[in-house]
Design a protein around this ligand. Structure first.
Ligand SMILES: Nc1ncnc2c1ncn2[C@@H]1O[C@H](COP(=O)(O)OP(=O)(O)OP(=O)(O)O)[C@@H](O)[C@H]1O
Length: 260
């Protein structure tokens, strides 16, 4: 219950948490608010796997900060290490070396149970394949995520309805996945991933299965969620046509970030 209420922030707080743009022309005075703290920080992260007795170095010293209210993209060739990094940002895996802080907490030091708890409460995942329950309607799929997050039952109806409205599916609420297009199914998956009010949404190739028009709709929904829900979205993509929607793009080549 507390968790649920904690995420219902006032708009004043949301404004205060937005990142402050700084740059060469920035003329912030002493009275201006301090820059926002990162929601998630990745510091010198490395990840290796043992493959057939050999050490395979996949991530070779990654640094990244995600701020509240940002849409960030990771771009790179297949095999460059994007999913490996996302798995660690979401607490599904831990680095071989380096540190990951989520809300200032050392995710890299936490055991599996503690990371699972944070994941359930405060992180949402969106995958390339939509991960919906086939026999449940769009409404029931989204409701399921509130049940699993132990949100109070009295909140379910309003929250499910508003999430499905936000992704533009108010009129498709009672359709089951097979009665929806790929783009609509992905938008249900987005509504499902954000219903419990996570502060971070991680999306691995969310537009890979979609045509360009459906991909554009999904990206418009992402921008809307970032603006209205005070959530940070980090997604991977191969698609150069959607990069302009991002606040920041990290380009990954062979386990390191390179400047574009
Ligand atoms: N558990 C694992 N054990 C061994 N090797 C792994 C493991 N996970 C990932 N790898 C290897 O790490 C490399 C990077 O994989 P990763 O899935 O992170 O790339 P990616 O950039 O997300 O690729 P794609 O765009 O195709 O999804 C690949 O060579 C992969 O085979």
């Amino acid at each position: 219950m507390l968790t649920w209420m904690r995420r219902n922030r006032s708009s004043a707080v949301e404004e205060a948490e937005k990142p402050v743009e700084t740059g060469p022309g920035d003329s912030r005075s002493a009275s201006d608010p301090a820059p926002a703290k990162p929601l998630l920080s990745v510091r010198n992260v490395e990840r290796s796997f043992d493959v057939g007795g050999q050490k395979l170095r996949v991530l070779k010293g990654i640094n990244l900060d995600l701020y509240p209210g940002q849409l960030v993209m990771l771009r790179g060739r297949s095999g460059s290490g994007k999913t490996t990094l996302m798995n660690m940002m979401g607490g599904l895996d831990v680095p071989t070396a380096g540190e990951i802080y989520f809300h200032g907490n050392p995710l890299h030091e936490w055991n599996d149970d503690k990371r699972t708890e944070v994941r359930r409460r405060d992180i949402g995942f969106i995958f390339q394949a939509y991960a919906l329950m086939p026999l449940l309607s769009a409404y029931e799929n989204v409701e399921l995520s509130l049940r699993m997050a132990n949100a109070p039952r009295s909140e379910w109806k309003n929250r499910v309805t508003s999430c499905l409205e936000l992704v533009g599916l108010a009129k498709r609420m009672h359709h089951r996945p097979f009665e929806l297009s790929g783009g609509e199914q992905q938008r249900v998956a987005i509504a499902k991933s954000m219903a419990h009010r996570p502060s971070l949404l991680l999306a691995d190739e969310p537009t890979a299965e979609l045509d360009s028009q459906m991909a554009a709709q999904v990206m418009a929904v992402f921008r809307e969620i970032v603006a209205k829900e005070n959530v940070t979205i980090c997604m991977t993509t191969h698609d150069p046509t959607i990069l302009e929607v991002a606040d920041h793009v990290y380009e990954m080549v062979d386990g390191v970030f390179v400047s574009k």
